[in-house]
Write a protein that binds this ligand. Structure first.
Ligand code: FES
Ligand code: FES
Length: 175
């Protein structure tokens, strides 16, 4: 419950399949709740201003920049972070493809890239158009669509070509 007359709130959300109850300051972002309160440090803080995509997680199946969202807004929501996609012993196909194609150098942007990459394939398959979609009735998987939809995820190491290769491999494998 969020009590706007108080500075703290209790919020319950499911994170990577586990219900979590938090008693937090109303100003805490979802990103800080994940990292500082739940110790899920896979999700990264790059800019803290919605400009880099390092903090991308999935909420109820849709990707969000967790630095732009207050934790108290997520009562009852299902949150998935990069830790919830796979484990070192059982990688998600997108995680495995990033390794296979060297989709990173320093790795700081990588959790956000992987969460976005997974979501992008789902968005295209769901027929959700982007800025570069030519035919709104027929959203197709192509390089332009993948690049446009990943444009909110910045990689200062410049691993873009390899990230694209990883995404195309997963798209083909799961077609
Ligand atoms: S840390 Fe959220 S977009 Fe950069
Ligand atoms: S791998 Fe270094 S910022 Fe992307």
């Amino acid at each position: 419950m969020t009590d706007t007359t108080r500075s703290r709130s209790s919020v319950t959300m499911t994170v990577n399949g586990t219900e979590q109850q938090l008693d937090i300051d109303n100003r805490v972002t979802l990103l800080d709740a994940l990292r500082e309160h739940l110790k899920l440090t896979g999700t990264k803080k790059g800019c803290d201003h919605g400009q880099c995509g390092a903090c991308t997680v999935m909420v109820n199946g849709r990707r969000v920049n967790s630095c732009l969202s207050l934790a108290v807004m997520h009562q009852g929501d299902e949150v998935t972070t990069v830790e919830g996609l796979g484990s070192p012993e059982d990688l998600h196909p997108m995680q495995a493809a990033f390794i296979e194609h060297d989709g990173y150098q320093c790795g700081y942007c990588t959790p956000g890239q992987i969460c976005s990459a997974k979501s992008v394939l789902e968005e295209i398959r769901a027929g959700i158009p982007s800025h570069v979609t030519r035919d709104l009735a027929n959203v197709v998987m192509n390089d332009d669509e993948l690049r446009e939809r990943m444009s909110g995820n910045i990689c200062r190491c410049g691993a873009y070509a390899n990230i694209l290769a990883a995404m195309k491999q997963v798209a083909e494998e799961t077609a």
